[in-house]
Design a binder for this molecule. Sequence first.
Ligand code: ADP
Ligand code: MG
Length: 258
Amino acid sequence: DVSQQSGVGTAVAGDGYESVSVATRDVHLAFGRNQVLRGIDLEVGRGETACVIGPSGSGKSTLLRTINRLLEPDRGDVLLDGVSVLDQDPDALRQRIGMVFQQFNLFPHMTVLRNVTLALRQLRKLSRDEATELALRQLDVVGLRHKADVRPGRLSGGQQQRVAIARALAMSPRVMLFDEATSALDPELVKGVLSLMADLASQGMTMVVVTHEMGFARQVADQVVFMDRGRVVEAGPPAGLFEAPRSERLRQFLSQVL
Ligand code: ADP
Ligand code: MG
């Protein structure tokens, strides 16, 4: 029952409040003397999917981490629904921004169900019954309700990643961030996770997706952002970027990954 999916499909076209869901403005960040982000401007509209591509070390993960305040920019600002994240309580913020990592970061000693209910109980303060109901519904969405009582170690990598996605979705986030969510998976498991992500995108979730999957970026992204050495070198609709890259750096990058 699609109407049961919480946190998915909540973006209503023309809801009149704010059309930009995530924005970064001139974000700079250094680790010591290593200047990793050198003025990043990004705008992701409500319900849009932005795919961030670029060579290893270009600052993609660092950028994602500034969006949910795992890191703070040295300069510039990050806005969620028009409000600076720097003014928001990190715990409250992370309830509104779901993040999925390359390494699923599930708790190995807890059942799948407990992994999903944990934040619902501790952060959202739901009762055990409420949290369980919501978690089972999300596990249903990712096709893993039948695995609720097993520990993550008994699941394939692809299934574990789908549990991590269910855990994030259970919080009804405004935005989902994915950091190379399929890079640690065996090739035959990649497709299931990507198709789940594509479903989310088509249901109107706002997503920022760091990925090496150029096929996914081409098919699903509204906007592709090419980063190199801490800067956005090119950004725009996938057709333009992939078929007619303007910069030599993007041309070079694409010739290596495609
Ligand atoms: P990407 O995700 O594009 O591969 P990252 O954002 O992970 O790039 O890293 C960009 C640069 O920042 C790299 O030079 C990396 O070594 C450095 N870096 C990332 N995280 C840290 C950290 N916590 N401490 C110090 N340096 C870091
Ligand atoms: Mg990275």
